[in-house]
Design a protein around this ligand. Structure first.
Ligand SMILES: NC(=O)c1ccc[n+]([C@@H]2O[C@H](COP(=O)([O-])OP(=O)(O)OC[C@H]3O[C@@H](n4cnc5c(N)ncnc54)[C@H](OP(=O)(O)O)[C@@H]3O)[C@@H](O)[C@H]2O)c1
Length: 249
């Protein structure tokens, strides 16, 4: 069976879940500029500039099951599916409202899984699933237990999908990406962050897209961590393979 990467750009489609801002937007720009029909999903997808910039926009609220069930998921031919949407939460669990637990779980896990189930069920050919998890899935963090757990779950569920994707289409591919801190002020709103020491999302998107296009194995997992070396702060450091969780203390 033909690999997605070996097909001409016009025969391929990219669906970017969370393609309206941040890292997802940068990935959508890469796929669009490579000639792929690029669908972007998000709550703000119906801004007029989306269609003007050559994207196919789909308004989607992952926290709303009705919106998830109604989002268009059919696209012709082999697909790249980028699972990127997310939000951050830094708060002790004891001070986190039930509604916030529910909303973050819907945004980072159950909403995307429902959407992905529909995408995979409708996919006419092989799929290359690219999941943007996080180094927070294995790093020791404080007051981020729920966020870290959901990012770890996102990576785990994606690894678990590999056998069934490959069984459906032997040429399907899966990439799990664990980035460290990105210079995306929207994501860290309310927190004091030195963005000069964080990674440029455009550069990280370029690394991801290059890795995805060159991937020949069914499954790849990568870490993209920021350098903390003086004078090289924020430079992306790429390595391959999963990481064991750090001890909590
Ligand atoms: N920033 C970092 O330092 C960092 C580090 C490691 C991993 N990550 C991961 O990278 C991913 C992207 O983060 P980012 O930094 O690019 O954040 P961002 O700029 O805040 O973008 C978040 C994206 O998620 C979408 N989104 C948020 N809530 C949504 C909802 N309820 N329904 C549908 N879409 C929703 C947003 O679209 P709308 O606003 O249009 O809904 C937007 O496209 C996240 O999964 C995050 O966990 C980020």
């Amino acid at each position: 069976m033909t690999e997605v990467n070996s097909l001409p750009p016009g025969a391929r489609t990219a669906l970017v879940i969370g393609g309206t801002r941040g890292l997802g937007r940068q990935l959508a720009l890469r796929t669009r500029d490579s000639g792929l029909t690029t669908h972007v999903y998000g709550r703000s997808a119906h801004r007029t500039e989306e269609a003007d910039q050559g994207f196919v926009p789909h308004e989607l609220d992952l926290c709303d099951p009705v919106s998830v069930a109604a989002a268009p998921v059919t696209a012709p031919g082999p697909l790249y599916v980028f699972w990127v949407a997310g939000a951050f939460l830094k708060k002790p669990l004891a001070r986190t409202a039930d509604e916030d637990i529910e909303a973050l779980t819907r945004l980072l896990l159950t909403g995307p899984l429902r959407l992905l189930r529909r995408i995979l069920d409708a996919a006419p050919a092989q799929v290359h699933l690219v999941t943007i998890a996080s180094s927070s899935g294995w790093r020791r963090r404080e007051n981020e237990a729920l966020y870290c757990a959901l990012k770890a779950a996102q990576a785990t569920v994606t690894r678990g999908l590999v056998p069934e994707l490959v069984e459906d289409h032997p040429a399907s591919r899966v990439t799990v990406v664990n980035p460290g801190g990105l210079a995306v002020p929207d994501f860290h709103s309310g927190l004091e962050i030195d963005y000069g020491t964080m990674m440029d999302p455009a550069e990280v998107a370029g690394i991801i897209w290059r890795t995805v296009r060159e991937q020949t194995t069914s499954y790849t997992e990568m870490q993209i961590l920021r350098s903390r070396e003086p004078g090289r702060e924020g430079v992306p450091l790429v390595s391959f393979g999963a990481r064991a969780p750090e001890p909590p203390l």
